[in-house]
Structures are given as structure tokens and as C-alpha cells.
Design a protein. Structure first.
Length: 348
């Protein structure tokens, strides 16, 4: 009897395992609320915003890709897959030294700019896929590529406002390049670091008030209270002046409106790409009226910048842990006394 019961439990366990394996293969991997992927029946299915893709096992991993947005280069670099890139647009905005060297060697070609792509060149290069953010005004160019058998993949990672969800796009590139394990391991490392840093930030005794971004013309474009900038500030245990706002987009405010909210501000972050406070003031004399300009600390995102290229917008998209570490070092220097800033730079 005991043997029969044991056999019955064994059979049930095996059936359960098989069901679990079958279910797991059809479950979606959620990168964010707008982006998911899964493997099933020999297909890799991707949902990205309003677009759905089905790739057969014979189509992936991709061997020849083109990037139409510099921000995606960070994910490629983090996976060490730069050799898969055969073309990029606006190469002057790409920070990666390895990609720049491949451009000089002619192994990666320039396929135009974000104002006008060289569609004929892209078609002649016969890439396995073209990766880009979706821009409605380029619909005709996208359709021409599709008509010529070019797979166009729209990924809008820039729309993600939770830092770890933006970082999680590395998993999608891992699926496309046959580097699933490397991508998962890299994401888990970033996630672990990020969550550890969040806990570290909670040990700070003070919670400084923070201002972000700057004016363009007569308008100050402040990050909304649910944007990635606002989330970084919160996770770094600081208080953003628009923390109660619920927007995931920029807010347009006048200098007077910002001035009215800035009395307690101690730190001003993401203050453009200025080289000095003097230069900043020359561009906008109103800044001199702000208490934070005269007595606080101001930081730009120019820590890793070369001409028009800035690694904050490239590899910083995936290395959310390093971005958070920078902000914690700025707001709570006593918690990371030995750490040197990666992407941020104090304005003197």
C-alpha cells in the first residue's frame, strides 16, 4: 500500500512538473506595463507599446542590426554585443568608444540622422533588424524598409519612468542576441545593487529638497512627479519640489512659479550641460535670484561627455544602479564617502 501511495505521489509530481514547465514557457516576461515578451511554440513574441511581433526560431539570434537611436547603444554595450551592429544613425551622439572605433574601421556605417535616414543604404546593408523608437513622422521610411523585407522593431524604453523597468530592456536584447543568461544575470546584478542602495539611502539623517532641470527660453521644464528623475530623487531619499505631482511628463512653468517653490532647495540637479556657474548665469541672469544658485550645490549630467555624446543617456539608461549611486553621493555624501561620481558633475 505504501509503495502504491508513493508511486501515486510520484506520478502526480511528474504531471505537475510537466504542467509547470508548459505554463512557464507560455508565461509573459513583463519588462514593464507597456512591454512584454515570451517564447512559445518555437516563436519569440514581443509586445511593445501598440506593436506586436512574432519571430520564428530561424530569425533569431540576430547577427546584423542597425540602431536608429543612440540610447539603445547602452544595452548593446552592456552585453558586449557591439560586433552585431552594422549601422547607426547620428553617430556623433554615441559615447561608446568601441562603437566609435568600429565606425572608424568601417565595420559600422553611418545611415543618416534622426532628421533623415538613408533608407536606400539601410536596405542595401540587409540587416536582420532595425531597432528604433517609434516616431510617427517617419512612418513612410519605416514602411519602405518593411516593404523590402527589413524587420523594424520599435522599442520605446525612453518612455519608462521606473529606473529598473528601463534597465530591464536589456532582457529583450538578450533574447534577440542569444544572450538571455547574460542579460538576466546583468539585470539581476543591477537590480540587487539598486535595491541595496535604496536601503542605504534610508540611513541618511536628513532629506534635502531638490530642484531639477532648467529653463529654455521663458519656460522651465520641470520633471513631473512620476518621471524617472522624480523616482531617482525619491529612491535616493531626497524630497523633490514637485513630489506631489502625478505626471509622467515634463511640466512647463515660469521662472516666478519655480522661484516660489525653491526657497528650501539645497540641491539643483540635471542643470543642463553648462561648464560653469558663471556661464550659466550669463545665459540666464534670473538664476542668480535663486537661493540654491548662490548657497546650494548644482550638478549637471556631464560626468561622461564627449562633444555631443553623453553616456548618461546611453549606458546610464541601463545602469540605473550607478545613476542612483550618483544621486545618493550628491544628497548624502556621508553614506558614500569614497565614491567618485560617474555621470554627474558639480558646477563650480
Amino acid at each position: 500500500m505504501k509503495q502504491r501511495i508513493l508511486l501515486l505521489f510520484t506520478v502526480i509530481a511528474l504531471i505537475s512538473c510537466k504542467r509547470e514547465q508548459k505554463n512557464s514557457s507560455s508565461d509573459w516576461t513583463n519588462v514593464s506595463s507597456r512591454t512584454q515578451f515570451k517564447e512559445h511554440d518555437g516563436l519569440l513574441e514581443l509586445k511593445s507599446g501598440n506593436f506586436t511581433y512574432n519571430f520564428k526560431s530561424s530569425q533569431t539570434p540576430f547577427k546584423r542590426i542597425i540602431l536608429l537611436n543612440a540610447s539603445m547603444a547602452g544595452y548593446i554595450s552592456e552585453l558586449g554585443a557591439e560586433n552585431l551592429i552594422v549601422g547607426v544613425s547620428s553617430p556623433e551622439y554615441i559615447y561608446s568608444e568601441k562603437i566609435q572605433n568600429l565606425l572608424k574601421e568601417g565595420k559600422i556605417r553611418n545611415v543618416g540622422s534622426e532628421q533623415k535616414y538613408d533608407v536606400e543604404k539601410i536596405i542595401s546593408m540587409k540587416p536582420d533588424a532595425v531597432f528604433t523608437n517609434y516616431i510617427a513622422s517617419f512612418d513612410n521610411a519605416y514602411q519602405l524598409l518593411k516593404n523590402n523585407g527589413i524587420q523594424v522593431v520599435f522599442l520605446d524604453e525612453y518612455m519608462e519612468q521606473l529606473p529598473l523597468e528601463k534597465a530591464a530592456y536589456i532582457k529583450i536584447f538578450g533574447e534577440f542576441f542569444g544572450k538571455e543568461k547574460e542579460a538576466q544575470a546583468k539585470y539581476e546584478e543591477i537590480e540587487k545593487n539598486y535595491n541595496h542602495l535604496k536601503q542605504l539611502a534610508l540611513k541618511a539623517k536628513e532629506k534635502p529638497v531638490v530642484l531639477a532641470n532648467e529653463m529654455y527660453g521663458d519656460v522651465w521644464y520641470l520633471p513631473g512627479g512620476k518621471t524617472s528623475v522624480a523616482n531617482y530623487i525619491t529612491d535616493a531619499n531626497a524630497s523633490y519640489i514637485m513630489k506631489d505631482n502625478k505626471e509622467e511628463k515634463s511640466l512647463t512653468m515660469s521662472f516666478e512659479e519655480v522661484y516660489a517653490k525653491s526657497g528650501q532647495v539645497q540641491y539643483w540637479i540635471n542643470a543642463g550641460n553648462h561648464t560653469s556657474k558663471k556661464e550659466m548665469l550669463a545665459g540666464n541672469p534670473f538664476y542668480g535670484k535663486l537661493e540654491v544658485f548662490n548657497k546650494g550645490k548644482i550638478y549637471t549630467v556631464a560626468g561622461k561627455e564627449k562633444l555631443k555624446a553623453n553616456d548618461f543617456f546611453e549606458r546610464g539608461a541601463v545602469r540605473a544602479d550607478l545613476v542612483l549611486k550618483d544621486y545618493i553621493r550628491i544628497f548624502h555624501p556621508e553614506l558614500l564617502p569614497e565614491y567618485q561620481l560617474t555621470y554627474m558633475k558639480e558646477l563650480q
